[in-house]
Design a protein around this ligand. Sequence first.
Ligand SMILES: Nc1ncnc2c1ncn2[C@@H]1O[C@H](COP(=O)(O)OP(=O)(O)OP(=O)(O)O)[C@@H](O)[C@H]1O
Ligand SMILES: [Mg+2]
Length: 448
Amino acid sequence: MSFPSASTATILIADDNPTNLKVAINAIANCGWEVLVATDGASAVEQATYAAPDLILLDVMMPQLNGFETCDRLKKNPATQEIPVIFMTALNDTVDKVQGFSLGAVDYITKPFQVEEVIARLKIHLQLRLLTRQLAERNEQLEQHVADRTAELSATLYTLQQSQLQLVQSEKMSTLGQLVAGIAHEINNPTHSIAGNLKHIDRYLNDLLHHVKLYQAKFPNPDTEIQADARNIELDYLEEDVPKLLLSMQESIKRIGGISTSLRTFSRSDITHKEPFNLHEGIDSTLMILKHRLKGNDQHPPIEVVQHYGDIPEVECYPGQINQVFMNIIANAIDALEESNQGRSYEAIEANPNQITIHTKMNAENSAEPTSVVIRIADNGPGIPESVKQRIFDHLFTTKSVGKGTGLGLSIARQIVEQRHHGTLACISIPGQGTEFIIELPIELEAA
Ligand SMILES: Nc1ncnc2c1ncn2[C@@H]1O[C@H](COP(=O)(O)OP(=O)(O)OP(=O)(O)O)[C@@H](O)[C@H]1O
Ligand SMILES: [Mg+2]
């Protein structure tokens, strides 16, 4: 916006006395200012409204609408209220000058005019008017600037929070991942060695037993010492039991191998590499890691885990991150169930057992050709009150005590699912009945 300078101003004069008008017009026109003239209050208001002068000179004593009433109207009209008003009054008029100022006038000049004084006052008020308008514009610019900066700062804060989440997420994941991968590695070597040796032992023992049987066949009547020893070591039972023991050891070794594979599946914390991933393996390995928290003790029975796995394809994703989502949601469910067990007896919990139910299926909504899978993880814990539910995905929001929860689990989970994988993460909860988290993931990450 550009303003007229004090030297190119427009001034409106309202006076019913032609002699006064003439003197004023001459004085003003000589200064190069444009002059508008009104001979009564009503036309002064009208002209001020459409011509928007920079200053108004108002005679106080006018018939019908006097100067004060005119000024009052000008100040009540948003189109004219900012225009400075100067009253003109004859020296011998007994006017209440305070009334004029309280109506919003900026000055008085007295008639008959001292032309130099009038011009000096007009110049000052025009200058003031100019400065006021410039100030208002600067103020507006400043406010805009502050608003822009505030928006910029909020955006920066949001970005910072997001990168903080990413850092925490990769930090948490790589620490846990490394630990788990390390354990898996350490378990692997002795397991392989035991499994390898078991095969040899199996063969050797079979050979030995065969050999003993051969002896017994060829020498059916051994001497008393051999007979006593056979009784002593319960040779018949031993012959029967050894193969069973071996079988059981082989089973156990297979299980340890399975655990180690699970650990390795879980620890695929590579956050930069996406690949097709069997989500069921991810869930199973997460449950494996959390197994110690699912177990029962003398205060409560174990938490039942019910798996309803549907027929879903491998999903293209960052496996380590998706496992972390499973981890955060299942760990929350366990926390909630533990909380709901407080103050309940073993029998009471047993009668209404703690449960975590996991469903997976293709997304049925667009059944023509489903492009996403849905994983639902539900618990029958205390549920979440509506006021809390609105905030559970917020950064650092937690209802848990210091040291127990940081309030990052779900915001990390949401970031992983929605930003990294273009899926959705939602929560349904009925207080008193339980909570369900619903994850939807596109099958092809590129297509998402
Ligand atoms: N299954 C659930 N049942 C009841 N409340 C839940 C459940 N899952 C999450 N919440 C609520 O949501 C809040 C936020 O969860 P979030 O995982 O983000 O943080 P946290 O578990 O408190 O801490 P962190 O996961 O960082 O250790 C929890 O404090 C809890 O109040
Ligand atoms: Mg949590």
